[in-house]
Design a protein around this ligand. Structure first.
Ligand code: SF4
Length: 412
């Protein structure tokens, strides 16, 4: 993938204008489609991590695999890489020795670099991961009773400037490739020792049982890579996480939302956070482009909308900003008719953050109104606060270490 320039997805770094802090209207960053040449250039190794099955097939054929064998080889290699977690072709013992040598000559299996790991008092793990170009993203693993959720990133920084979100203060550097997104899941499985030994079955209790695209970046602005990466994570012969165990969270990129259902099939969450356009314009500035009505109209048409596949509305609780009883009642009215669940998120402060967390009684009163209106309204327990791993606190460590810039944003 991006580690080898010549055959990788070429990341189009956003131009200067698109990374301005006022970039709420920024168009999605485009990414070249990965095309495998018919013949691989000499002296170049392709990273297999992040290739879709068709891309892997093309790559194997380009390396000299007979077309008739290609499908079978894809299946074998896929299982080694994504089921057993093997990174060394020499260990792929169901392949002939000379074919393994050919693979080692033309390909590699490389993950992003794990730079550091912090473990919170509550068991939450935060990983700092370095990708090609020396950029860094954060990944968070949250263990809970009977499940483990991995929160992964899709971009380095973010073009959007949600004013409650630490990542939003870090300008967008680039989109991640599919390999860098899948690589985060694989790194976490490495760290947790979750790969089964070759010959053994995977354990019934999964340590990484759920994946949420709620880390750094707006996933719908990096759609193709996210789609390909989640396709790999869901593939039943590899990591095999069911589509209902994957949740994509968007701030509201309206034109791309339906594709989440039709092309990925995972669960959808909306970073909602306000009940009037006036307040949402401040909290989630993409609202100036697609306002609450446009967003909700799109959600009412969402292809997978049903009681069994409810949309999650995320709502960060900000003291005196969006946490009144009137807000709760408005929220219920706004989402009427949409099978939904509302996740209430006590605000997690970060250095320079312009907001305060709502008082606990206020959060409970807000939750109660929503609950009585017939919606599940769980209050998310803050996790990993002591290591700045909680929701909305992620930011590349290198960025965080830079001199804190004055924050020009403030609620009116
Ligand atoms: S909440 Fe999401 S979309 Fe908004 S600034 Fe943070 S990372 Fe970007």
């Amino acid at each position: 993938m991006a580690y080898i320039a010549i055959l990788t997805l070429r990341q189009i770094a956003c131009d200067k204008a698109s990374t301005e802090r006022s970039a709420t209207m920024t168009a999605p960053i485009t990414q070249d489609v990965l095309t495998i040449p018919r013949k691989l250039p000499e002296g170049v190794r392709i990273n297999l991590v992040g290739l879709t099955r068709p891309q892997l097939r093309d790559a194997l054929i380009a390396a000299g695999t007979p077309e008739k064998q290609a499908k079978m080889r894809v299946g074998q290699i896929w299982q080694w890489v994504y089921y057993w977690g093997v990174r060394d072709f020499a260990r792929m013992t169901n392949l002939a020795k000379d074919y393994r040598a050919l693979l080692a000559d033309r390909f590699e299996i490389v993950l992003p670099e794990l730079v550091s790991r912090q473990i919170s008092a509550d068991g939450t793990r935060k990983y700092l991961v370095r990708i090609a170009g020396g950029h860094e993203v954060e990944v968070v693993y949250i263990p809970e009773e009977g499940r483990g959720t991995l929160c992964i990133s899709s971009q380095v920084g973010c073009t959007l400037t949600c004013s409650f979100c630490h990542t939003g203060t870090q300008k967008l550097v680039r989109n991640l490739t599919a390999g860098e997104i899948v690589g985060q899941v694989m790194l976490a499985r490495d760290d947790l020792g979750e790969w089964p030994e070759p010959g053994e079955g995977a354990g019934a209790d999964r340590l990484v049982s759920n994946v949420v695209l709620m880390g750094m970046g707006e996933p719908l602005y990096n759609f193709d890579a996210v789609r390909d990466a989640m396709g790999i994570v869901m593939d039943g012969e590899g990591i095999a996480l069911g589509r209902r165990r994957i949740t994509l969270s968007t701030s509201g990129v309206v034109p791309e939302i339906a594709r989440c259902a039709t092309e990925i099939g995972c669960q959808l969450a909306i970073s909602f956070h306000a009940t009037t356009d006036e307040v949402r314009d401040q909290l989630v500035p993409i609202n100036k482009r697609w306002n609450i009505k446009a967003l909700l109209d799109t959600l009412r048409e969402y292809p997978r909308l049903s009681n069994s596949e409810r949309i999650t509305f995320e709502y960060v609780m900000l003291k005196g900003v969006n946490d009144s009883d009137a807000d709760a009642r408005r929220l219920v009215k706004l989402i009427a008719g949409i099978p939904a669940k509302i996740n209430l998120i006590p605000f997690n402060e970060w250095p320079g953050s312009p907001y305060e967390r709502s008082d606990w009684e206020r959060i409970e009163a807000f939750a109660d109104i929503i609950y009585k209106a017939g919606y599940a309204s769980p209050i998310r327990t803050p996790r990993g606060e002591d290591i700045m791993a909680a929701c909305g606190q992620l930011k590349s460590a290198t960025e965080r270490a830079r001199k804190t810039r004055p924050d020009p944003r403030a609620m009116p």
